[in-house]
Design a protein around this ligand. Structure first.
Ligand code: PLP
Length: 379
């Protein structure tokens, strides 16, 4: 008779999962699920960094015609052949340099899974500055990998020397740099990603360009038309340019790296409708998206000024969001009072570097009027 195997770790007493809790990586036990509040009445939705404009009728008509042709009784094209060809042509990349994800969230998870080989006796490490996009951490700890979190300065600038030192110490598999960063909006030195890629050839350096439409800065030139950085990944999403409902993200990398990531891509991860819609929108709809993003950039400066006039500290932003700070505790009360008035912003006010902070997505002039009127009642 074989002996009872020892439990993976000791289960905490009274965990809702009971005996199963011992099977959950310890940092994940202490983590809450990604929660998105949905109040009944929404007058201005400024909480998720979406583009605030709906597609115009002429694009909607073209889109409906494209979607009508999708064969929904069949699985989608697992290779996203037509979308791939259209996007490769737009970027000047080779089709085999692209990998698609169900949102770039899925690409983040795939990158962690694909480069999870342990460092000797220790699990693989994934490095990123903090505070940053929360899913880098979730994707890391869900796989039992080790997060290496390098604090930003008090002004949310990247401490490059500290970051390099952490990489030398921890030898991470993957580095995520959000350029510009969410939730701070800060644009760090874009070429830093390229410098890291050259200095640490055993690490995948991800230039997460989710907010490219608002920053205008990219590292794509190191991958297209020639690959000069074989360990660089440029990651983008359609979510911030008017297509958050599609859930389409993509990355560009050297063909060998892209082929490796394909091994961990869930089969058929992009449905037929998102594939067809994304293809239509990045071709026929591209100039509409660009023009709307440019409007948002204009609105950003105006909104920043109005928020400053109301006493908030407003951090410089190269994205479609503004991080603002007031006293800890007060920010949370303002968030609640705004939500009660149908104005959604994102609350980051908890102990830590974002104490006293709210993140406000840049919206339309109409959204801002609703926000500012609500703020004037609340403050
Ligand atoms: C920096 C950054 N990267 C990636 C994402 C994920 O975007 P999606 O999964 O919608 O493509 C976000 C979303 O807010 C983000 O802020």
């Amino acid at each position: 008779m074989s002996a009872e195997p020892a439990p993976a770790t000791t289960a905490p007493a009274h965990h809702p999962l009971g005996a199963l809790a011992a099977r959950v990586p310890e940092p994940l036990r202490a983590t809450a699920a990604y929660h998105v509040p949905r109040p009944a009445q929404i007058l201005a939705k400024l909480d998720a960094n979406e583009l605030p404009f709906a597609l115009p009728d002429e694009l909607l008509e073209g889109l409906s015609a494209v979607l009508r042709d999708a064969a929904l009784e069949r699985y989608p094209d697992a290779n996203a052949t037509e979308l791939r060809a259209a996007l490769a042509a737009t970027l000047g990349a080779a089709p085999e340099q692209l990998v698609f994800g169900n949102g770039s969230d899925e690409l983040i998870a795939m990158l962690c899974s694909a480069f999870a080989a342990p460092r000797g006796t220790r699990p693989a490490a994934i490095a990123y500055p903090v505070p940053t996009f929360v899913y880098y951490r979730l994707a890391t700890i869900a796989r039992g990998l080790e997060p290496v979190e390098v604090p930003l300065t008090s002004r949310f600038e990247l401490d490059e020397a500290a970051f390099v030192a952490a990489m030398e110490r921890e030898d991470p598999s993957v580095v995520f740099l959000a350029l510009p960063n969410n939730p701070t909006g800060t644009m760090w030195r874009c070429e830093f990603a390229l410098e890291l890629a050259a200095r640490f050839p055993r690490t995948v350096i991800v230039s997460d360009e989710a907010y490219l439409a608002y920053s205008g800065q990219t590292n794509l030139g190191a991958l297209v038309p020639e690959v000069s950085c074989p360990n660089l990944v440029v990651m983008r999403t359609l979510s911030k340019v008017g297509m958050a409902g599609l859930r389409v993200g993509y990355l560009v990398a050297a063909p060998a790296l892209a082929q490796h990531l394909e091994k961990v891509r869930p089969p058929y991860n992009l449905g037929s409708l998102p594939q067809a819609a994304a293809r239509f929108l990045i071709t026929t709809g591209a100039s509409w998206c660009q023009a709307r993003a440019a409007e948002v950039v204009q609105q950003r400066g105006h909104l920043a000024g109005e928020l400053e006039r109301r006493g908030f500290e407003v951090f410089p932003s190269a994205a479609n969001l503004l991080l603002v700070r007031t006293e800890p505790g007060r920010a949370h009360r303002i968030w609640q009072a705004l939500q009660d008035r149908g104005v959604l912003v994102r609350d980051f006010d908890r102990p830590g570097p974002l104490a006293g902070c709210l993140r406000i997505t840049v919206g339309t002039a109409g959204d801002h009027q609703i926000l500012l009127e609500a703020l004037d009642q609340v403050l």
